[in-house]
Design a protein. Structure first.
Ligand code: FDP
Length: 325
């Protein structure tokens, strides 16, 4: 009998236990983050169950947002919330305020709901660094100031991937326990991958470096094999595969959408944070993605993220283009 494997299966590292362990490294920590996270986890469990029941898209979008907003406000640990579903930021009333700000997309990839493809929730967390009245300035901060980020993927299993700045860890929901259990500790993205992931239907409107990069993926000139193309069209699913298998995910700018499609605060930043924590990179076509300073809460940015070496290649192409101009 494999006693070691058995010990692992019986010593259940729930997400709460994991975060409590991490927080205990900081003597000043008073458990606020653990409380906040347990409310995010509650929202994820709710969405997971609603997705499994086959709720229709419109209903699910609204329901998921309501559940997350209510859970986050009632945690008593937040001051500002930005949700993809709400045009304006939510400012928590003073009696319920706490030191965190949460930016999130409650149900990303929702055009995939009605055909049963994996979708997800994405979130990023900032801390307030003052006790004055909260404003949008509290979330219009670069991604490198996030203290945690993660996503939950509702697919063949329900998996929550989290980083609090000390690596990336994956937890799978055990439906019989109703708990997320650590199943993928310390995820590292392969240094180079053999998959590229992009909506090639937009190719006629791409700029030179993106066009060249994708051409190199298909017709490499350095003797390496051509890359495979995989594109779900649901960011959480595409990024999750990229994180585990390596390769690159691109949502570039194009002539029609000069800032790309994906939103800085609750798509680009959390996924870039996770990629860097896993040993990969995230680039906007101009700079490190986490160094962007958003000016609006729903701002968009082009994004190239994934394996370190693959992102290096696209960076080199943009650097060459810049030299020409
Ligand atoms: P969706 O429109 O289905 O909500 O930002 C939303 C998103 O999905 C991402 O999840 C996904 O990566 C991207 O849009 C897909 O966009 P395209 O359909 O333009 O490829």
């Amino acid at each position: 009998m494999d006693h070691e494997a058995d010990a692992y299966r019986t010593d259940l590292m729930t997400i709460t236990r994991f975060v409590l362990n991490e927080q205990s490294k900081y003597p000043e920590s008073r458990g606020d983050f653990t409380i906040l996270l347990s409310n995010i986890v509650l929202g994820c469990k709710f969405v997971c169950s609603a997705v499994n029941k086959g709720e229709e898209q419109k209903k699910l979008d609204v329901l998921s947002n309501d559940v997350f907003v209510k859970a986050l406000v009632s945690s008593g640990r937040t001051s500002v919330l930005v949700s993809e579903e709400d045009e304006e930021a939510t400012f928590v009333e003073s009696s319920k305020r706490g030191k965190y700000c949460v930016v999130f997309d409650p149900l990303d990839g929702s055009s995939n709901i009605d055909c049963g493809v994996s979708i997800g929730t994405i979130f990023g967390i900032y801390t307030m660094n003052h006790t004055d009245e909260p404003t949008t300035e509290d979330v219009l901060k670069p991604g490198n100031e996030m203290v945690a980020a993660g996503y939950c993927m509702y697919g063949s299993s329900c998996m929550l991937v989290l980083s609090t700045g000390t690596g990336v860890h994956g937890f799978t929901l055990d439906p019989s326990l109703g708990e997320f259990i650590l199943t993928h500790p310390d995820i590292k993205i392969p240094k180079k991958g053999n998959i590229y992931s992009v909506n090639e239907g937009n190719a006629q409107n791409w700029d030179g470096p993106t066009t060249k990069y994708v051409e190199n993926c298909k017709f490499p000139t350095d003797g390496s094999p051509a890359k495979s193309l995989r594109y779900v069209g649901s960011m959480v699913a595409d990024v999750h595969r990229t994180l585990l298998y390596g390769g690159i995910f691109l949502y570039p700018a194009d002539k029609k959408s000069p800032n790309g499609k994906l939103r800085v605060l609750y798509e680009v930043f959390p996924m870039s944070f996770l990629m860097e924590q896993a040993g990969g990179q995230a680039f906007t076509g101009k700079k490190r993605a986490l160094d962007l300073v958003p000016e609006k809460i729903h701002e968009r940015s082009p994004i190239f993220l994934g394996s370190y070496d693959d992102v290096e290649e696209i960076k080199a192409l943009y650097a060459m283009e810049e030299k020409k101009n």
